[in-house]
Design a protein around this ligand. Structure first.
Ligand code: SF4
Length: 463
């Protein structure tokens, strides 16, 4: 295994840590419009229905959890009410059928992802009901990527086996941190041995990828404790690791009020935790994917990134080329006919709307030509750490330097700090620059300094 390690100077983390989007989409969610609703979505589905040979992705959101972790920033519903869950499943099935009706003969699906919440909150039978409905409505192509997020504390081996039987080939486990003090501070106790058993069980089955998620910046995390967590994570030999920055926003997420602010690492220490993770994972042979993901060199994400054909959507990084995605469930996001759509984030509003045979879309955005051009540039840089000017010209019939004259000048500080190279008619992000990819992408964002409704959108910090 390659033992090269990437060290990130702390003074650069300090210099570039500022509020900024994560660019899971461009344009970013805060600039989407509340004027976009069910009618526009129906039109978009109909427009998209003519591309019968093009496969798309599906995201299903299962919002339920048994209890709320203190750090959680997801759209969840904490309940033990089985009637509520029953109604949600029925609503989702109705939404799937209704969507398929509008997509007519557009049926090919190349990626399926279940997220939450906790998707395995559902029983095997309930889960199969949703899968049956999806399979009745759409055609999953050979080799379709089927992935799911699981909580190792509540997911049984029977459920995992059932997933394999239904063709699931990638599984991600929420770990966050292995340290007992940190786990107490975040209200999520899951000993290393429990995760290790689940990971090994998954590896004994036919999954192509067994992945884990970690978070840095949590209360009680120290360099020593996080070093231990990272080393334990590496011994599990996951195919991919997602390393998220903890965003402490108790005024927006009331559950985070249970976190003791004075136990959070100070900003400088948070940088060190991040730098440590990059160093240990790269030293262990992992390839940094985007800013905050790591994958084994043999993983298809690493290979695709190296070949410059990695893509990204709301479900994460992917090798699937189609940008189109249909979302099911409350708060789910889709991208179809060059437009983003998001469903109501509350259970009652989502269910009431779908029951009336409408789509529960409450905001979205139709991209114009400038949006599509900037989306391409930002995605190329975020995913593949490069932009080839000749590819850009081929796609849009525009010279990069003519269109981005002003932006290119703004990149000069990144050249000085050795984040960027300009080899043979393109831009290339250096190893160190990978960590600052959000800052670089921000140069190409046309909305960042514009105000919407008199307010600037708020973003988490880039590091
Ligand atoms: S299990 Fe995940 S989604 Fe559920 S409360 Fe905890 S962090 Fe949030």
């Amino acid at each position: 295994m390659d033992k090269k390690k990437t060290s990130i100077p702390i003074d650069l983390l300090r210099k570039y840590d500022r509020p900024g989007p994560r660019y899971t989409s461009y344009p970013t969610v805060p600039v989407w419009s509340n004027e976009v609703g069910s009618e526009s979505y129906m039109q978009a589905l109909q427009n998209a229905s003519v591309n019968e040979d093009e496969a798309f992705a599906i995201y299903c959101h299962i919002p339920f959890c048994e209890c709320r972790c203190y750090y959680c920033g997801c759209n969840t519903v904490i309940t033990k009410n089985s009637d509520k869950v029953r109604l949600y499943i029925d609503t989702m099935k109705q939404e799937i059928t209704n969507t398929a009706k509008h997509l007519k003969n557009r049926k090919l699906v190349n990626q399926l992802h279940f997220g939450g919440g906790t998707p395995t909150y559902l029983t095997i039978e309930q889960f199969n009901e949703i899968l049956d409905t999806l399979e009745n409505c759409f055609n999953f192509v050979e080799g379709c990527e089927k992935s799911i997020e699981i909580d190792p504390r509540v997911t049984t081996n029977e459920q995992i086996k059932a997933l394999v039987n239904r063709g699931f080939n990638r599984i991600s486990m929420g770990v966050q941190d292995f340290d007992n003090d940190v786990q107490i501070a975040i209200g999520r106790i899951q000993p290393f041995e429990l995760v290790e058993k689940k990971v090994n069980f998954c590896k004994s089955l036919n999954f192509e990828g067994v992945n884990i998620d970690l978070i840095y910046g949590l209360p009680k995390q120290t360099i020593e404790s996080f070093t231990d967590t990272l080393k334990k994570a590496i011994t599990l030999h996951p195919d991919r690791v997602a390393l998220y920055s903890f965003a402490y926003l108790p005024s927006v997420k009331a559950n985070q009020m249970k976190i003791i602010e004075s136990e959070l690492p100070v900003t400088e220490d948070k940088y060190k935790l991040f730098a440590l993770a990059v160093e240990l994972f790269t030293e262990a042979g992992y390839i940094q994917i985007g800013m905050d993901h790591f994958a084994l060199p043999k993983d298809e994400l690493s290979i695709a990134q190296n070949d410059g054909r990695l893509h990204r959507n709301f479900m994460g990084y992917t090798v699937q080329a189609s940008p189109e995605m249909v979302g099911f469930g409350m708060s789910s996001i889709g991208y179809i006919d060059n437009s983003f759509f998001q469903s109501h984030p509350t259970l009652s509003k989502y269910m009431d709307t779908v029951e009336q045979n409408e789509f529960a879309v409450f905001r979205g955005m139709k991209l114009n030509e400038d949006d599509l051009i900037r989306q391409y540039v930002i995605n190329s840089l975020m995913c593949n750490f490069q932009l080839q000017f000749s590819d850009f010209y081929k796609k849009f019939n525009i010279q990069y330097h003519d269109y981005f004259h002003k932006e290119h000048k703004e990149l000069s500080e990144f050249f000085v700090d050795n984040f960027l190279d300009a080899p043979n008619g393109g831009l290339k992000i250096t190893e160190v620059g990978r960590t600052f990819i959000r800052n670089i992408a921000m140069v190409f964002d046309a909305y960042l300094n514009k105000e919407s409704d008199g307010k600037k959108p708020t973003f988490s910090r880039t590091i």
